[in-house]
Ligand binder design. Structure first.
Ligand code: ZN
Length: 137
């Protein structure tokens, strides 16, 4: 998953978007785990790509992530022009779970270091939208 495809979150039709957003409203950042092989995916998926006839369950993402890498976006993609500059980051949440998202805007760029502890937090956006962002843990 590259930074290029990142809008807010580019969910595909197979993603469990509605439930994900419901959980965000409740203050939880959740994703799905395969009951068969135990793999966790983000964004949440209906099925495990590795297993046939897989069943997935919702699990809350533990807030013990570490920043893997980040990039500062100076020119937002179409529809996000006004929001630049902002920082996109990838957090490692263990067990192969890697999550991409935005860093909280209050964090100065010089304070962003790979390896730093980051938590993932639901945030309200204008227009009654909800998303999540990374904050310093
Ligand atoms: Zn599986």
């Amino acid at each position: 998953m590259g930074f290029d495809s990142f809008g807010t979150v580019s969910f595909t039709t197979e993603a469990k978007t509605e439930e994900f957003l419901d959980y965000l409203e409740q203050g939880k950042v959740m994703t799905t785990r395969c009951r068969k092989c135990g793999a966790t995916y983000f964004p949440p998926k209906m099925d495990c790509p590795g297993c046939i006839d897989s069943e997935v369950e919702w699990v809350e993402i533990k807030n013990d992530g570490k920043l893997v890498t980040y990039t500062v976006v100076h020119y937002g993609p179409s529809g996000f022009e006004d929001e630049a500059p902002y920082t996109l980051a990838i957090g490692d949440y263990g067990d192969g779970l890697r999550i991409f998202g935005r860093m909280n805007k209050e964090i100065a760029e010089e304070d962003i270091k790979p390896g730093m502890a980051i938590k993932i937090v639901p945030v309200k956006l204008p227009d009654d939208k909800i998303a999540y962002e990374f904050q310093k843990a």
